[in-house]
Design a protein around this ligand. Structure first.
Ligand code: NAD
Ligand code: DAU
Length: 353
């Protein structure tokens, strides 16, 4: 049987571009990447795949209903992996509107277009179809010193970003319970790896450290995040897509709890090793404690027992091996970083000023 293509939203972003790469390499399926190309979406992350026979890029905004309806009709996808979102907490504090538009309204519009399409499929295609919503552990709020987020933890989002993702999770769940759309929801912890926009903690620290700029750690640096290498996340998404039960939620995490200052110190150690001639050694001397993020969640930690027991997924990468590879990738791809930061590709490809 010929498998219908996967429709991936947000495939030009950090996790989405890893998803596109993975499914093209690991399966025979076609991959349709629907992306608006915001500041965070970079087609250069997929440049080597531009002429791949099973890959197609569609420049579109998930908030536009007509465009989404046409995309479903034209490509007849067998599944949707919905990653398109505004993803950065600090930006959501400064400008929540874009987060409500894309994360809440955009998810609603995509659900509506998917439901209309799904209702017209024959029974066996309906049974195979999946709408997989990729979400975050931030919907569960903040933990104290102990405890883990489980699938049945209460939703207590604290930032505008987290609240918008919580709203989108609720919409997806409602489209299953009310209309029967076969949905899957995954809530994952902090990802790291190649091609992450250098506003997030790890790439920002690598680039600043390399250039001898200060390394701004919020507050006391004792907030804890549970880090997962992006390729482990993507393997988890494939596992849930193939084996997950419609209507179910799965938590994904790395069992890698670190304080922010521990993360930054390890990056500094790798920079010292990988840049032995750098005038900025020891890089840890660049660490600067700055004003805290408003409403900063203290600790995130995931209980990934359900996906391990029911679907047999576990992370492979240790934090040390994954972080070393990541630091090396940023050192080796400074042109990617420069062009994504100064927006060159947006001006050249999209004519956006
Ligand atoms: P990202 O910011 O790197 O990429 C987001 C992508 O979505 C970009 O390519 C952007 O152009 C696209 N996009 C934004 N608005 C759009 C719109 N209206 N229409 C179409 N495309 C649009 O984000 P990321 O870090 O790769 O995260 C991807 C998804 O995974 C998000 O839904 C995020 O909430 C979730 N998630 C991220 C993490 C993490 O640590 N980064 C962890 C858990 C869950
Ligand atoms: O938990 C999953 C979430 O992880 C995802 O849903 C989000 O999309 C993703 O951005 C990420 O959110 P965080 O806020 O945890 O990631 P960020 O890289 O922005 O920050 C990680 C921690 O580091 C956080 O405690 C804030 C701190 N930080 C961040 C930056 C950018 C600093 O101390 N200094 C900084 O300059």
């Amino acid at each position: 049987m010929i498998q219908q293509p996967l429709l991936i939203t947000g495939g030009a972003g950090f996790i989405g571009s890893t998803v596109v790469r993975h499914f093209l390499a690991a399966t025979e399926r076609g991959v349709i990447n629907v992306d608006k190309l915001t500041y965070a979406g970079n087609p250069e992350s997929l440049e080597d795949l531009a002429s791949h026979p099973r890959y197609e890029f569609v420049h579109a905004n998930i908030c536009q209903r007509e465009a989404m309806t046409q995309i479903f009709a034209r490509y007849q996808p067998g599944a949707v992996l919905h990653l398109a979102a505004e993803s950065h907490v600090d930006r959501s504090i400064d400008n929540p509107a874009a987060f409500i538009d894309t994360n809440v309204t955009g998810t609603y519009i995509l659900l509506e277009a998917a439901l209309d399409y799904w209702r017209k499929l024959d029974k066996s295609a309906q049974a195979r179809f999946r709408f997989h919503h990729i979400s975050t552990d931030e919907v569960f709020g903040s933990l104290g010193a102990t405890g883990l987020f489980r699938e049945d933890s209460p939703y207590q989002p604290n930032s505008p970003y987290a609240a918008s993702k919580a709203a989108s999770d609720h919409l997806v769940r409602a489209w299953y319970h009310t209309y029967g759309l076969p949905v899957l929801i995954t809530n994952c912890s902090n990802n790291y790896g190649p091609r992450q926009f250098p506003e997030k903690l790890i790439p920002l620290m690598v680039l600043n450290g390399m250039e001898g700029k200060s390394l701004p750690v919020y507050g006391a640096g004792d907030n804890v995040r549970d880090w997962l290498y992006v390729e482990d996340h993507v393997r988890a998404l494939e596992t849930v897509l193939n084996k997950g039960q419609p209507g179910e939620t799965y938590n994904i995490g790395g069992y890698n709890e670190k304080t922010n200052v521990e993360v930054v110190e390890l990056i500094c150690q790798f920079l010292d090793e990988l840049l032995p001639q750098s005038p900025h050694r020891p890089h840890r001397s660049l660490i600067t404690f700055v004003a805290d993020r408003p409403g900063h969640d203290q600790r995130y930690a995931i209980d990934a027992g359900k996906i391990a027991c029911e679907l047999d997924w576990r992370p492979r990468e240790t934090f040390e091996t994954g972080l070393r590879k990541t630091v090396q990738w940023y050192l080796d791809n400074q042109n990617w970083c420069r062009r994504v930061l100064d927006g060159s590709y947006r001006r050249e490809r999209l004519g956006i000023k």
